[in-house]
Design a protein. Sequence first.
Length: 233
Amino acid sequence: MSLKAMAFIDGAWLYRNRTSIFAKLGEANGCEIDYAKLPRVFCEDVANYLDEDVGLVRTNYFGTLPSARSSFSSSKQRAFYEFLERSCGYEMEIHEVDVGGDGGHDDMWIKMALGASLMFNAAMPGSFDVAILIGDDLDYAPVLRRTRLFGRRIQLVTAHASGGVQPAVGTSLIWKSRVSDFPPLYIDDHAEEVRLVRENVKRVCKQCGREEETTWAGPEFFCSTCRGKYRNN
Ligand SMILES: [Zn+2]
């Protein structure tokens, strides 16, 4: 029987630390990340380390949105979250927050939600054997220790600091005792694998039904002619 892994993604942490992927690739302006592949890459690492089959049963993502009352537009972020849910199969937990108040609020909500979910799943018999935490914050230490008392194992995923060095002592879970069961993994070590490579595929236009080659992987496709018409309206 293969082991079950469950990924827990701290959305705010991943957003900040995706720059370590860009740095590794030498892409100062950033590049697209293959979010469908990202958790699977770390699951494979766990499988290789244990030399056992490990199946990824779920990816839980925790993020925030500026509340409707604020003047910030959240449509782009909403679209991104929808993409993660529909196209990448993530289980989303999103919370609307008031922006502009105290700065640390976003992170606090994400950390509490992630910790509660990790603890809840750890207490559910048969839910997972290994939790892959994509997010590195010292506040997670107590919940990781408790999760391990349930007999679950923890894989930490962090990122190298600028210059490709290990995160400093006192800033990362990797220096904490009893919080994990494997050597830490670094997202930037997998930069090439998680970079999104767009393939040319033939897709049918939703408007006119014609086929056209495209690299667009979103849920709805419109051909160049129909997109042009739409723009001129
Ligand atoms: Zn068309």
